[in-house]
Design a protein around this ligand. Structure first.
Ligand SMILES: [Zn+2]
Length: 102
């Protein structure tokens, strides 16, 4: 009886880092290179620089272009299915303005 499967056929020798997709440009990057935005119950949208806040997370490149593109044209509201409050918007805009342009 031949029941043994060839487990080596699909083995991936490279350990993959967790990856996420930027909600602005749809580029897939390592999670640690992206900035997490969290939809929290109490504070609305928060930029999660520690990666530890709980809530539904969204990821964005650490590039001003991506941030500006989601803040324009209500793209972000579309993605998160929630209307941004003035505070949310302000918070994200401030973060975007603090991103170093390369
Ligand atoms: Zn991006």
């Amino acid at each position: 009886m031949k029941t043994r499967k060839n487990i080596n056929a699909n083995a991936n020798p490279v350990k993959r880092l967790p990856q996420r997709t930027c909600i602005a440009c749809r580029k897939v990057s390592a999670k640690r290179d992206l900035v997490r935005i969290v939809k929290t119950k109490d504070e609305g949208l928060a930029v999660d620089t520690t990666g530890k806040k709980s809530g539904r997370g969204y990821y964005l490149c650490n590039s001003r272009g991506c941030w500006e593109s989601i803040l324009k044209s209500n793209h972000l509201e579309h993605v998160i299915h929630t209307a941004l409050t003035q505070q949310d918007y302000q918070r994200l805009k401030e973060y975007a303005e603090g991103i170093q342009q390369e």
